[in-house]
Design a protein around this ligand. Structure first.
Ligand SMILES: [Cu+2]
Length: 360
């Protein structure tokens, strides 16, 4: 290669590198990344905000270090490049002042990062507010179960994959697992934490005022075939909407006397759905096909399935088409699903959907 073509290769290479870095910066700061509901860039609780502050500090510090080193490298290689009249300098062996300086500077930078990091961790990992809502989140392969407790710690009700919380109030979440290690994360609301079998982890968060709406969550610890399909949602409700939601979840499962719904109910028993799914009914005239909750806990509680917006751990919207697809062959939709293909006919699926749709 001639020295001229080597020059051209160097220049083109540098330009490509600069373009690549610019593109990385662009996607990092792109508005859609900031607005994305799975992004930590728009924290909606003070806990998420504390972690985000640390992230931002480290980002700017490391950015400054990066720019300083790159600039020094560039300037020195231009100043001292090989050219007539620029003779090699004498070697230097050790310079105490310089060595002290470049030991102290990194120590200061590390201290600037360590102090806010520890203070954020201590604040966020501290005890939850006294009046915090108590919820147990249990990871299952591949869905989430939420158990709500009253002030005395007694179980009030169970639901799945969609958690509702009141705005402005602390939520204390006890994290558990029914099988393997999962992890719980809603980037906008709190940092990720593992759900371990046989070990209780805990996290808490307080949704800011004005954050009413839906926030996406995801399992973030590889847990088998459908790990990527293990999602969930948190709905931050106004106090009033939340109370209404709780009252509905606490109520008995309801169903109409509609013919299709009744046929669906019969199928729910005939096909053994009730051996895995709870449909809660507390009255004395409870249908005798109901199995106690402790037995029918292999799949999500379906008592109020029609009050949810999604099915199969937020993988699909809860609409007629998705429901058909799911009931026809769950493992085809969600690889490895613990709900087997029950070989249902189109007609049976229609009846079951009518029954499920009535469970508001
Ligand atoms: Cu998982």
């Amino acid at each position: 290669m001639t020295s001229r073509s080597r020059h051209i290769v160097t220049i083109v290479g540098s330009l490509l590198l600069v373009a690549f870095v610019t593109w990385l910066l662009f996607i990092a700061f792109d508005e859609s990344a900031v607005d994305n509901k799975m992004s930590t860039l728009n924290p909606l609780s003070w806990q998420a905000q504390r972690y985000h502050d640390v992230y931002e500090l480290v980002w700017w510090l490391s950015g400054a270090v990066f720019v300083a080193i790159m600039a020094a490298t560039l300037i020195l290689s231009i100043l001292y490049r090989e050219r007539p009249g620029n003779e090699p300098r004498r070697d230097i062996h050790g310079n105490t002042r310089l060595e002290i300086l470049w030991t102290i500077i990194p120590i200061i930078i590390v201290l600037i990062m360590v102090v806010p990091t520890f203070s954020a961790v201590i604040a966020v990992e501290g005890d939850a507010d006294e009046d915090a809502l108590e919820v147990t989140a249990t990871g299952h392969q591949w869905w989430f179960e939420f158990t709500y407790h009253d002030e005395d710690g007694n179980e009030m009700f169970r639901t799945a994959n969609e958690m509702h919380v009141p705005v402005g109030r602390a939520v204390n979440v006890s994290l558990q697992s029914n099988d393997v290690i999962h992890a719980f994360w809603v980037p906008a609301l709190f940092g990720k934490k593992d759900m371990m079998p046989g070990h209780n982890n805990r996290l808490w968060f307080t949704p800011n005022a004005g954050t009413e709406g839906m926030h996406y969550g995801q399992c973030v610890e590889y847990c088998g075939d459908s790990h990527a399909n293990m999602r969930f949602r948190i709905f931050v409700d106004s106090e009033e909407d939340y109370d209404q939601w709780v009252a509905n979840q606490m109520s008995d499962a309801s169903w109409s006397n509609d013919e299709l719904v009744q046929a669906g109910r019969e199928l729910f028993v005939a096909k053994g759905c009730n051996s895995c799914h709870q449909v809660a009914y507390s009255k004395d005239d409870a249908p005798d096909w109901l199995i106690p909750p402790t037995v029918a806990a292999i799949g999500p509680n379906l008592s109020h399935i029609a009050s949810r917006t999604t099915i199969a751990s937020a993988l699909m919207d809860r609409d007629e088409e998705s429901m058909r697809e799911w009931l026809a062959n769950p493992p085809a939709v969600k690889p490895g699903s613990r709900m087997p293909n029950l070989e249902l006919t189109e007609d049976e699926i229609t009846k079951l959907i009518a029954m499920l749709d009535s469970l508001e």
